[in-house]
Design a protein around this ligand. Structure first.
Ligand code: FAD
Length: 446
């Protein structure tokens, strides 16, 4: 019949169930969705036992690693929820430049461990996010404009299938399942117990530029940013963040911050790569202008996290676009006019033009990525602020080619997230590996 790991599971109604359920969600806005049982796995055997249990009881399975899905995609009524956060081991082979890491490994933790060894992996920008969900959806991390979405650096995975079978999958073994694991995100149909990762040498120089502009410069900034998007050096990650204040920079007014990491071989190269940002036509109006500062990865994490405060309630939504600034500006003005207080913010990420990608489920991107994050503290404000990301992205949807799964809100706004051809293939591969629909899928799709 399959029995659950002793002492590591909570049925709905058990003492400790609600604590365990809430602990699976980073966001303080925990949806009212209740799995039947939550299993806190510690190894692959626990996963196999749980899948067998789910099969024997004809239950669907959902999975979480870091619980940083903005929509808490893993919380599904009646499911067997596998909490994989305790599988956080790592082994590094510095000679072969590969690592094997559990899905519960924090991206920032992995980055720190590799940094100490003179190695590098394009881990995500934020503390707390675990590699489980991050790598399955694509993974937009440090120096990702050079190394590609982090899933391109996943060379193999250890998984447990819907049958409870343990497999190693890569380009030669179960290639279709390996193909799906790189881009299916919260719709992946197996449980990952470890990722095999390609590593890179640590870039010698990490620096940053920092410009803050008053919000009145919005039209000029976004028009210019769109004009230069294809010319920004790929080692520079141009992120433009608009918010109602920038407390960590002492700015108590709506502002637009351009904080851009650069990874380079020398400081001279880094400064040269940043040159384009100092030629912004309204640079003389900047509240702060720092063309180059050396920066260590831990400082970057601290700076980024000032926009993602832990004790807040969040919603997010997003779009990829190749539209012109003229077409985007009306929507951007509406976003700015309706922006909730900090830490809510609007991100413009300069991503493309993209090179040819590997053949994998991940298949949808555009030169520009726009994302909205609403963050507030008081549950009484849910209605006031919660729909800001969705409604603004819905209004701009005619200008979008689709969305990223990183910041998905598919339950509230179904959208395209891979090419049509790849969506059809995902359905075929799912039918092969999960014919009974054991695993929960995306909360919405078109
Ligand atoms: C504060 C914050 C900052 C972020 N910053 C970035 C960023 O810089 N770059 C970026 O690309 N994304 C970023 N994200 C998005 C984040 O990468 C995704 O939400 C990702 O899915 C989170 O992974 P997780 O394991 O922490 O989340 P989870 O919620 O645990 O996982 C998300 C989904 O992935 C699937 N899944 C997770 N683990 C497994 C597993 N072991 N086996 C099978 N399926 C699994 C499940 O379907 C699950 O619902 C950020 C999110 C937050 C909240």
């Amino acid at each position: 019949m399959g029995s659950l790991p002793e002492g590591r599971h909570f049925f709905h109604g058990d003492d400790g169930y609600e604590v365990a359920r809430r602990a699976t969600v980073w966001n303080q806005r925990v949806p009212d969705r209740y799995p039947d049982v939550i299993v806190q796995a510690v190894d692959a055997d626990d996963v196999v036992a749980t899948i067998r249990y789910a099969k024997a009881h004809d239950k669907k399975v959902s999975i979480k690693s870091g619980g940083h899905s903005w929509a808490a995609s893993h919380l599904r009524d009646g499911a067997v929820l596998l909490d994989m956060s305790r599988l956080d081991q790592t082994s590094v082979d510095a000679e072969k430049m590969v690592a094997v890491a559990g899905p519960g490994k924090g991206g920032s933790v992995l980055a720190g461990e590799l940094d100490a060894l003179g190695l590098f992996f394009p881990a995500g920008h934020c503390k707390g996010v675990r590699i489980g969900g991050y790598l399955l959806q694509g993974g937009y991390g440090w120096n990702s404009r050079v190394y590609g979405p982090a899933c391109e650096s996943v060379i193999g995975l250890d998984v447990v299938t819907a049958d409870g079978e343990q497999l190693y999958i890569d380009a030669d073994n179960h290639p279709d399942l390996y193909w799906a694991a790189r881009g299916a995100g919260p719709g992946f149909f197996a449980v990952v117990t470890a990722f095999h990762l390609k590593l890179y040498p640590k870039p010698p120089v990490l620096g940053s530029s920092f410009y803050a502009y008053p919000i009145e410069c919005a039209d000029d900034i976004y028009t210019w940013a769109r004009q230069i998007s294809a010319d920004v050096d790929r080692r520079v990650e141009l992120q433009i963040v608009a918010s109602s204040s920038v407390p960590n920079a002492g700015i108590d007014q709506p502002a637009i911050v351009l904080a851009s990491p650069v990874f380079a071989d020398t400081e001279a190269e880094a400064k040269e790569a940043f040159g384009i940002l100092d030629r912004c036509p309204v640079v003389d109006k900047a509240l702060i202008a720092m063309p180059y500062v050396p920066m260590a990865l831990p400082d970057w994490y601290t700076a980024v996290m000032s926009n993602y405060l832990e004790d807040h309630r969040y919603t997010a939504d997003n779009m990829w676009t190749s539209a012109s600034a003229d077409d985007l500006l009306p929507g951007i003005r509406r976003i700015i006019e309706t922006m909730p207080p900090h830490p809510s913010h609007f991100l413009w990420l300069n991503w493309g033009p993209s090179p040819q990608r590997q053949d994998m489920a991940y298949s949808l991107e555009d030169p520009i990525y726009l994302a909205l994050y609403a963050g507030w503290r008081d549950a009484a404000d849910d209605e006031k602020y919660g729909d800001w990301p969705r409604s603004n992205m819905a209004a701009m949807a005619p200008l979008a080619s689709g969305i990223q799964l990183a910041d998905e809100n598919l339950g509230a706004r179904p959208a395209r997230f891979v090419s049509d051809e790849n969506m059809a293939k995902l359905d075929r591969v799912r039918a092969d590996y999960d014919p009974d629909g054991r695993f929960h899928s995306w909360m919405g799709r078109v």
